[in-house]
Structures are given as C-alpha cells and as structure tokens.
Design a protein around this ligand. Sequence first.
Ligand code: ASP
Length: 436
Amino acid sequence: MKSEKKMSLTIKILLGLALGIIFGIIANITFEKSLNESIIKWVLGPAGTVFLRGIKMLVVPLVLCSLISGTASVGDIKKLGRVGIKTLVYYTLTTAIAITLAIVLASVIKPGVGGTELLSSVGDFKAAEAPFIMDVFVNMVPTNPIKSLVEGEMLQIITFSILFGIAATMIGKAAEPVINIVKQTNEVLLKIIGIVMAFAPVGVFALISKVIMIQGADVLLKLLKYGVTIILVLAIQAIIVYGLALKVLGRVNPIKFFKKFWPVMVVAFSTSSSNATIPVNLETCEEKLGVPNSIASFTIPLGATINMDGTAIMQGVATVFIAQVYGLPLTINQLMMVVLTATLASVGTAGVPGVGLITLSMVLQQVGLPVEGITLVLGIDRILDMIRTAVNVTGDAAATVIMANSESELDLDIYNSNNTATDIEIEECVLELEEA
Ligand code: ASP
C-alpha cells in the first residue's frame, strides 16, 4: 500500500517535468507572445516562484542546524579533519577529471570550428574580477555570523556551524540542552521539506514550462553542436565517472544510487540551483541512501558551494568552443591553465542560477581569449545551466555516499533497501494536508 503511494509522488514529479516540457513547447510554438506573457505573469511565474522560495527558505536554517548537530554528534575532532580533507581532495579530483574530459571531447568534436558567422552576434560582456585566492580563505571566517546567515554566505555559515559543534563537543554535558534544541529544530525543518516537496510536481511543471516558453527552440538549434557536446560530457561524468567512483571507491551499487537520487536531480534541474537543492539532497542522502547526518550535513552544503563538476564541464567546452570560433588554437600550456582556472572557478561559483557563465570570464581572461566570446553561448546557457546543476548535485551526493562508506558509516541496509522513507513521509504530509 505504502509503496503504491510512494510511487505516485515520484511519478507525479516526473509527470510534472514531462508535462511542463510538452506544454512549454506547445505554448512557444502556437500561442501569441502576449498570451504566453500573461500565462507566465499570472500562473507559471507565481507557482514556480512559490515552490522555489519554499525550498530556499529552508537552506540557511537547515545547513546551520544540520551541521551543528552533525558536528556535535561526531564527537571526534580528528575524524572531522580526516573526512574534511578526504572530501576536499575528492571534490578537486573529480572536478579536474570533469574538465579534462570536457576539453578532450570538445577538441575531438570541434563544436566551434567553422562557426565564424556566429561572430557577427558577439556583444559586450564585462569580465568578472578573479578573487585573490587568499581572500577566499580569509572570507571563510565570518566577522558577524548573524550577517552571514542573513546574507546566506554558505562558507561562513559552514565555518561557524562546525566551530559551534566542536565547541559543544568540548563542553560536553553542559552543552547538551542547546544541542538537543538544535537537533529537534533540525527534525522540524526536515518535516517542512516534506510539506514543501508535496508541491514539487506543480512547482517543477511551472519552472520548466516557463523556461521553455521564453527560450524557444531556435536558440537551441543554432548552438546544437555546442550544447550536444556539453550534454555528452555531462552524461559521461554522471553515469560513468560517478558510477565508477560509487562502485570502486564506495563499493556500492550505482544503480541503486541513481534510482533513489533522481528526484533530487529533477529539483536541481528545474531550479538551476545547487543551493536551493541542499535541503532535498541532504534529506535523500540521510533517509534514502543511509548516510549519517554527521557526514552528509558537512559534505552536501560544502559541495553545493565549492564542488561544481557540471559547471567546470561547461567552462571547459565553452573555452575550447570560443577558441575554435575565433580561430585561436589553444596550446597545451593554455589547456592546462584552463583545467586549473576552471577548477578554481568552480570553487568560486556560487550554487545559484547562471553564475557559471560569469566565472567563465575568469577562465577566458586567464588564457587570453576574448571575454566577449561569452555572448556566443549566452542564449543556450539557461537550458544548459539546468542540466549541469543536476550533475553538480549528483557529484555532491556520490561523494557523500563514498565518504560515508570510507568511514564504515554507510547504512547499507537503508542504501540497498527499496524503502524510500522520504517519499512515504512526503505522502503522509500530503494526506495530513488534505485532511486539514
Ligand atoms: N547553476 C549552477 C548551480 O547552482 C551554477 C552554475 O553553473 O551557474 O550549481
């Protein structure tokens, strides 16, 4: 009985996505522009935004509470350091693999060769300032943690929460009441995710159809080869690289992972934001994939902030594409520079829509390519942003499972079970809401 219910929510989300795409295409082709604008203004815009705000509302309090209770329950500072270092090394390596794959495939497929006519559409683009690397570290320490919370400064929130958890562990018994309150608040926030996710099918429908109604198919066709190259590399990264990493490093069945994880990918896809996806990602890792809160609460928000393999792939392909369109071949040294700067740029890319394109300007500047080249790929980027965000969050979750198993803390019974506790809880929320 319960599994029937569970299926129905999962399928509803997929249905929302499929219907949203179909409706978006039909509306874009057949409806008048003014009708489309009205539908977006009165129906799709508000519906999508309410869903988006609903999940964004949970990001800051959930990262704070989840990470404090996670750190406090580790109880062992050495272990925290070990997991931290392993995670950072893993994140950097997978990003470097992602971008290398991107450069190699883009060099073979050559999406930009012969595309000189595209140059006529080049417009102005202001380059983003590359941050001084030491500033990135310095800025991780907040001067006012309340301000960091208000402004959603993820790295600062992470630093403060970890310190809070460590200090509470050091104090021990006397800090238990405050940690208990944080843990209970965390439970309440997880319940709110259940309530918000009950509206995911509608939210996903609204968000995706709006994008397609605005974008239309013609921009996609013009940059088809570029888009297909990126999607191909993204697919290789998600299926082969993460699949192998889960199998070899995590020693778990990758198919189980994808079966349970795809609803999170749909949320990432329709919101284009790793940050907004943190709550669902955390919940899925803990409840469906069997990762303890002490690990997921650290790796997921950190990954959403610094681990962007999908974004790095776009930057690799875009750099090679722009060089090809301008007819400026890249030397091996320049290509290595692309790997290095795109890895750093992906760290510096916030997990919000469209930022990857802005940090791309740093990569282009670094290798001496014209920054205005970005306007060549601007049109198609909205759609590609959705797909790469889904890959970004998959990388975070795969890392989380691998880290948990490397610490012998993955609950394999939960991981291998067909039980998806989250969906059952969400269904219960739907029923409770309907009764109310
Ligand atoms: N939208 C991406 C994310 O949130 C970042 C980007 O590539 O623009 O993960």
